[in-house]
Design a protein around this ligand. Structure first.
Ligand SMILES: Nc1nc2c(ncn2[C@@H]2O[C@H](COP(=O)(O)OP(=O)(O)O)[C@@H](O)[C@H]2O)c(=O)[nH]1
Ligand SMILES: [Mg+2]
Length: 266
């Protein structure tokens, strides 16, 4: 006899009726981002004398396999970066905008943001310290949690992190803490390069800092707008000064001053 199979078990629905028909907001797990499933990412790439790494960074961004628009912003380079950009425009169909004279990362970002046409905008330095493979996790909070801004944190360690010079690490942690005190945000890495915004947020940011104080400035401005901000862990391959790192202790002092300035007089 083959009657062991109880009828009730085979008749059980694959999805319980209750969850299929639920309309409670907390049960609705669909993205509410208003973004397409495959959003277009504008990659703003400030570059000052980065001839050694620029093409590799462009290739790595393209290899991520997402719809991207790369906007390289030359900041008055003198090492041949400008000519290289012309070749990259031809070869990869990326965009290049050039400042005639060097102004600083902040000025380069302002120019790049203004030219973005994607759904989201990310900052991508033109050196190899950050890994574009992290874009996948950086975009997730937009698609799943309706984020407005996402910061990639080097201190919520992802796959790996190159051991930092201790004083550089302490400098970053201290600046982040100081910034948090004045913004009221609990970030772990304010100085990170990987900051991602909905395009309207990036283009609505007033940027007055020409140089590296643009990082505390952006952070102070998004804090004031009361946006939905997320952090995700990223990998980091920091270069040392011999390898071309340019930010230094003077930029740290300028950042402290800016944190206070943008809190009270921004
Ligand atoms: N140092 C420096 N970097 C600039 C300037 N303008 C644009 N950048 C770019 O800003 C990014 C961050 O600079 P970087 O020297 O790597 O800073 P660090 O990694 O924080 O030491 C790089 O892609 C630079 O090419 C500038 O005037 N000075
Ligand atoms: Mg760098």
């Amino acid at each position: 006899m083959s009657t062991e199979q109880p009828a009730t078990e085979s008749a059980a629905p694959a999805v319980p009726a209750q969850s299929r028909s639920s309309t409670r907001p907390e049960d609705d797990t669909r993205p509410r981002s208003g973004l397409p499933a495959n959003p277009m990412l504008s990659v703003v790439m400030p570059a000052y004398n980065e001839i050694k790494t620029l093409e590799t960074v462009v290739k790595r961004v393209l290899a991520v396999g997402m719809p991207v628009e790369i906007i390289m912003v030359d900041d008055g380079s003198t090492d041949g970066t400008r000519d290289l950009m012309d070749r990259l425009v031809e070869k990869y169909g990326v965009k290049a905008i050039k400042h005639e004279v060097n102004q600083g990362k902040g000025a380069a970002l302002k120019t790049g943001f203004a030219h973005a046409t994607g759904d989201l905008v990310i900052i991508q330095d033109a050196d190899l310290e950050y890994d574009p493979e992290d874009y996948h996790s950086l975009l997730r909070p937009f698609l799943e949690q309706n984020a407005d801004v996402v910061y990639g944190s080097r201190y919520l360690v992802g796959r790996y992190i190159r051991v930092h010079p201790y004083y550089h690490y302490m400098g970053n942690r201290f600046l982040t803490m100081f910034s948090n005190i004045f913004t009221g945000l609990k970030l772990t890495d304010m100085e990170t390069c990987y900051k991602v915004f909905r395009r309207e947020v990036a283009q609505g940011l007033k940027i007055t800092s020409k140089r590296f104080t643009v990082e505390p400035e952006i952070t102070a401005r998004i804090a004031r707008k009361r946006l939905k901000i997320f952090e995700v862990p990223i990998s980091y391959l920091g270069r040392d000064y011999a390898e071309g790192k340019k930010i230094g202790w003077k930029d740290g002092i300028a950042a402290l001053y800016s944190i206070i300035k943008f809190r009270f007089w921004g």
